[in-house]
Design a protein around this ligand. Structure first.
Ligand code: SF4
Ligand code: SF4
Length: 183
């Protein structure tokens, strides 16, 4: 039986406002989906998410796994004929999902939190401590262990973290939730 989702006619405008992305310009050419490296794993493809947002399908969008899978690579933004960048849209949708009490995909959310915590702490990602945090959060302690050790031994992952000089500026982003930091 098909799931009936409630419509929210204001949803498209709200997402457009919060993300700063002109989503309402999208005419569903699907170039974003064609280039997206993680579209194969999404329940709704990037262009379908945009369409659902336009149509006010708030529940369907905020409960989808797709919003947790975007890796922010920006490929879609470079292909879109309407200059629509989907990474900021997906960021806004993730926040809206959390605010609305929608359940995130656990392992993706664990990686998302660990990534953000690493940037808050060091001003940049420190892969080793981020992965350790991710392993603890996801309770998946041993998969890929040998590969991780191999990468450390080859010097591909640095053992000790380095804090960047302007880390306080980065932390302001977390406090304000804004992308505008005083220069
Ligand atoms: S590439 Fe742009 S216009 Fe085309 S479907 Fe994706 S967001 Fe819409
Ligand atoms: S930014 Fe997100 S939606 Fe766009 S191509 Fe990359 S992973 Fe896909």
């Amino acid at each position: 039986m098909a799931v009936a989702y409630e419509l929210d006619p204001t949803f498209g405008r709200v997402v457009q406002g919060r993300s700063g992305v002109p989503i309402l310009r999208c005419y569903f050419c699907q170039k974003c989906t064609a280039g997206c490296p993680v579209a194969y794993a999404m329940d709704y493809k990037p262009a379908q998410i945009v369409r659902l947002v336009q149509l006010g399908q708030k529940d369907a969008v905020l409960s989808s796994t797709a919003i947790w899978l975007c890796v922010g690579c920006e490929t879609c933004g470079t292909r879109c004929p309407n200059q629509i960048r989907l990474a900021p849209m997906f960021d806004a949708l993730r926040y809206m999902a959390l605010e609305g009490g929608y359940k995130p995909e656990p392992s993706v959310y664990a990686l998302h939190r660990s990534f953000l915590d690493s940037i808050r702490l060091w001003g940049r990602v420190h892969e080793l401590s981020m992965l350790m945090q991710y392993k603890l959060r996801s309770r998946d302690l041993f998969s890929d262990l040998m590969m991780g050790i191999g990468l450390i031994l080859k010097g591909k992952i640095s053992f000790l973290p380095e804090r960047i000089r302007g880390v306080s500026q980065v932390r302001k982003l977390y406090e304000t939730g804004s992308s505008e930091v005083e220069r």
